[in-house]
Design a binder for this molecule. Structure first.
Ligand code: TUI
Length: 314
């Protein structure tokens, strides 16, 4: 059995978070992951507090286990969803794409545990001082909004910079990845891409098909010109967008080109104009499974790997 301080801190069986994926991580997926022993997370994404409240109610109707809410700090609704998370006393808030400090006193006051995603040592130190309960060190192998550093170099440096429990994210798709993350000092992992093909994940079937078909070199990063690099599966949209980034197109027009693309992928399954965010481990995801089975399988594998980790020692 693998049990780490993160399990005791949050009252979960397996030290794994399901990533908060915009337009994808809803109350149903979060409940399935939490019922399976991990921490399911609802994405507040770019939607209103009203939408988030509906998903929280769905999760609460499906599981008695704790779950979390992910707040994307660049969302125009960040203020109202941050307040709702406090009012609802959700067990955990994770944050992404920015500095969560301005909301931390409100969340801590409400008894919410805050676990920010960080992409640098500086941000890890800052959120440690601000009262975070743990940090997620996310490398650029992940899907969606990415930082510059890889998981391999970010995780040990974040572990050295904070006394908080560290979760590793980005590039973790099976038990080998969990075992490797633990060797770097992490005591938990966050996984997004593999949960895209969970039975309980309501993303469009075309999205699942794209992940199942992907190989090691299927993803690419766009969005550097506007300062928001995003990893996605290569398709017509990503190639057109990259070309536009290197053209004389204005920033405003470029922004318009990207607008709604994730919705078109996740909800409408539009293979040409949709933006199919996924991490580099997409090539390792070959099978649809229930969320609980994904978690169990990953940790059974990790246990096997860790048991034999000393086999070359003499
Ligand atoms: O946030 C994510 N992944 C996301 S957000 C998203 S929606 C979006 N769509 C278009 C453009 C941008 C976003 C899709 N996927 N992951 C967590 C994450 N956070 N990765 C990197 C970071 C991060 C980056 C900078 C965290 C803190 C940070 O601090 C910057 C600062 O203020 O110094």
């Amino acid at each position: 059995m693998i049990k780490t301080p993160l399990c005791d801190l949050l009252g979960i069986e397996y030290p794994i978070f399901q990533g908060g994926m915009a337009w994808i991580s809803d109350g149903k997926l979060a409940a399935a992951v939490s019922s399976g022993g991990g921490l399911g997370i609802i994405s507040a994404m770019n939607a209103s507090a009203e939408h988030l409240k509906q998903e929280i109610d769905i999760a609460r109707s499906l599981t008695d286990k704790p779950f979390g809410v992910n707040i994307m700090l660049m969302s125009p609704f960040a203020d109202e969803v941050a307040k709702l998370a406090a009012d609802e006393h959700v067990a955990v808030v994770t944050t992404g794409a920015g500095n969560p400090s301005r909301y931390m006193p409100m969340w801590l006051e409400a008894g919410v545990k805050v676990v920010p995603v960080v992409a640098s040592v500086g941000m890890a130190k800052l959120v440690t001082k601000a009262g975070a309960s743990a940090v997620i060190a996310e490398g650029g192998e992940s899907g969606g909004h990415v930082g510059d550093l890889t998981t391999m170099v970010l995780v040990p440096q974040v572990c050295d910079a904070t006394d908080l429990p560290v979760l590793a994210a980005g590039g973790i798709g099976d038990g080998r990845g969990i075992a490797a993350a633990f060797q770097l000092g992490a005591v938990g992992v966050q996984v997004g891409t593999r949960f895209l093909v969970a039975h309980e994940c309501g993303v469009h079937p075309n999205y699942k098909k794209k992940v199942l078909k992907a190989n090691d070199i299927s993803t690419m990063v766009t969005g550097k010109r506007l300062g928001h690099p995003v990893r996605q599966i290569k398709n017509q949209f990503s190639k057109d967008y990259l070309k536009a980034e290197y053209s004389t197109m204005s920033d405003e027009e470029l922004e318009k080109l990207g607008g709604g693309a994730l919705y078109r992928a996740a909800v409408e399954g539009d293979e040409k104009t949709g933006d199919f965010l996924a991490g580099q481990i997409a090539g390792m995801v070959n099978r649809e499974q229930p969320a609980a089975e994904i978690i169990k399988e990953m940790f059974t594998e990790a246990e096997e790997v860790l048991k034999t980790a000393g086999r070359w020692l003499s």
